[in-house]
Design a binder for this molecule. Structure first.
Ligand SMILES: Cc1cc2nc3c(=O)[nH]c(=O)nc-3n(C[C@H](O)[C@H](O)[C@H](O)COP(=O)(O)OP(=O)(O)OC[C@H]3O[C@@H](n4cnc5c(N)ncnc54)[C@H](O)[C@@H]3O)c2cc1C
Length: 287
């Protein structure tokens, strides 16, 4: 199918983008990489009159790593992340997880702003933003505001972005080099959306006990979630696979993953459990 007719503009500044969205409420839509939006338009699931293209806003393409944090402009693409040596050093978990996103052609165009706004429950970036306790910088007609990632997900493909707001940056705290981390994902074929995935990081105390554990999963709900019960059970304990087995058994019984015709709840739960175990095994194998 082909999309309905629409007009297309590519402004030079964020101010113009915000003004256009405000002047055409309900009729205008941002387009960034187009990898999620164009299929939606072609299936006629949305029919905006105007596409406001971010391609000329060069400030949105920038990756900045300071001593403490990393800022990714909303137009940073998956390939930019994959190739960045700075991110390999400061954001290894992000780089690893995003290597699972789609195929080269899509990775060459898809952007972080589009992924966050789209908020697909199976997408890798929202999970990583959640476990890293990211902040999202957005602009609207009144100026900039920051959204804590914990307040961002509202439901299935639904976020706390207001109408007319534009994602400008994703801000992530940097990883110290000694931090333990792991990422594991299960999908039917390489490049497919995840059926289940787990991202984990923690620090080890001088006595070898886990501290500050952060564990997030895809597949357990309509958006990525953190397993805070499991985190609390593991914190201040020395890691063993027996401890992890027991903690999973006692902490995950409240999960009720979504069911679809091809994936039962029991299968998805079993995959989530396996991904958590593999992510921890992965993290313990790192110096
Ligand atoms: C075959 C296929 C497989 C894929 N597999 C995966 C996968 O495994 N993992 C994964 O994570 N993704 C996957 N994707 C999705 C892909 O990563 C998309 O690129 C991404 O989700 C959206 O980014 P985009 O830049 O293309 O956004 P667009 O398609 O341009 O926009 C998506 C939505 O976000 C809005 N938007 C875009 N930018 C902004 C902004 N700055 N501020 C506010 N709103 C904005 C748009 O209005 C639109 O509603 C796949 C896509 C395809 C087609």
């Amino acid at each position: 199918m082909k999309s309905y007719n629409f007009s297309h503009v590519a402004p030079q500044t964020l101010g113009e983008v915000v003004a256009l969205l405000n002047d055409h409420p309900g009729e205008a839509k941002i387009i960034s990489g187009g990898q999620s939006l164009m299929p939606v338009l072609n299936f006629r699931l949305a029919k905006p009159d105007l596409l406001v293209d971010l391609r000329n806003i060069n400030d949105l393409n920038i990756i900045t790593c300071s001593n403490h944090e990393t800022s990714l402009g909303a137009r940073v693409r998956w390939v930019d992340i994959e190739k960045s040596t700075e991110l390999a050093f400061h954001q290894p978990l992000l780089q690893k997880a995003l290597s699972y996103v789609a195929h080269y052609q899509i990775r060459n165009r898809g952007t972080i702003g589009g992924s966050l706004a789209n908020c697909d429950p199976a997408a890798e970036l929202p999970l990583i933003a959640l476990v890293l306790e990211a902040q999202i910088k957005v602009i609207n007609s009144k100026g900039y505001r920051y959204i804590n990632i914990a307040d961002f997900f509202l439901g299935f493909m639904s976020t706390s972005l207001s109408k007319g707001e534009v994602i400008v940056e994703l801000i992530l705290p940097n990883f110290p080099s000694h931090r333990k981390w792991g990422f594991e994902e299960f999908s039917r074929r390489k490049g497919d959306f995840a059926i289940a995935a787990c991202a984990v990081w923690f620090d080890l105390s001088p006595l070898g006990k886990m501290e500050n554990a952060h564990i997030g999963v895809i597949g357990a709900d309509d958006y990525p979630i953190r397993l805070t019960g499991l985190e609390n059970t593991l914190n201040n304990k020395a890691f063993t696979s027996e401890l992890l087995d027991e903690a999973i058994a006692s902490s995950l019984n409240h999960l009720s993953p979504p069911v679809d015709p091809q994936i039962s709840q029991a299968y998805r739960l079993s995959l989530i459990t396996t991904m958590i175990k593999r992510a921890f095994a992965n993290s313990m194998s790192k110096n």
